[in-house]
Ligand binder design. Structure first.
Ligand code: GRF
Length: 194
């Protein structure tokens, strides 16, 4: 078994970080943000160290700085929770099958930004949440877990995203627990929970 030292990367409200802090999984050893955000406040309230790594226009440099912080905290996995920056290939190279992301759609449908709005616009009746490993492409790596969420007739982006987030907060702690205990195996894009 490998260690359970992981970092959370966040840019926003940090409700998924909060779900991790509330669950019976190990806490992250550091929260890394690219902008000042509520996720940092949630971390501080729980005495989790925070680091700010701003994006200055070069993805490779930005990724290198994130990896330096990760190394300083001796983390073995990165958990992206509302992190709005794309990491360069150096990140999955440094942490193969040890970076996870949570995305508010049933991938491979609706990758990228505004996934909830994309689903509403497409008129799908079911959308949901996907947790996947991060590879060198956006919202593309092997899928670890998914949960469907029905789209209701009077949904708008806010109401649908709120119901998706309720599922996210259940799903992500389960995945992170399996990740940090080395229970997720990947072979040919298929993820097995052991
Ligand atoms: C979540 O909906 C997640 O799927 C997406 O960004 C949102 C982050 O929310 N990647 P929060 O910051 O964890 O509240």
């Amino acid at each position: 078994m490998w260690g359970d030292r992981y970092a959370v990367l966040a840019s926003g409200s940090g409700s998924n970080l909060q779900a991790l802090l509330a669950a019976s999984v190990p806490d992250p050893v550091v929260v890394i943000a690219d902008v000042e955000c509520s996720a940092q406040d949630r971390a501080r309230e729980s005495q989790i160290p925070t680091e700010l790594v701003g994006f200055e226009g070069d993805r490779a440099v930005f990724t290198h700085r994130i990896l330096e912080v990760a190394s300083a905290y001796q983390v073995e996995a990165l958990v992206l929770a509302g992190f709005m920056r794309i990491l360069g290939p150096a990140a999955p190279n440094a942490f193969p099958d040890r970076i996870v992301n949570i995305h508010p759609s049933l991938l491979p449908s609706f990758p990228g930004r505004n996934a909830v709005a994309q689903a509403l616009e497409a008129g799908v009746k079911i959308t949901g949440v996907t947790v996947h490993f991060v590879d060198e492409y956006v919202d593309h790596g092997p899928i670890i877990a998914q949960q469907a969420v029905p789209v209701l007739p009077d949904d708008d982006v806010e109401s649908l995203h709120a119901r998706i987030q309720t599922e996210e907060h259940q799903l992500y702690p389960r995945v992170v627990e399996a990740l940090v205990h080395g229970r997720l195996l990947v072979k040919d894009r298929q993820v097995t929970w052991t």
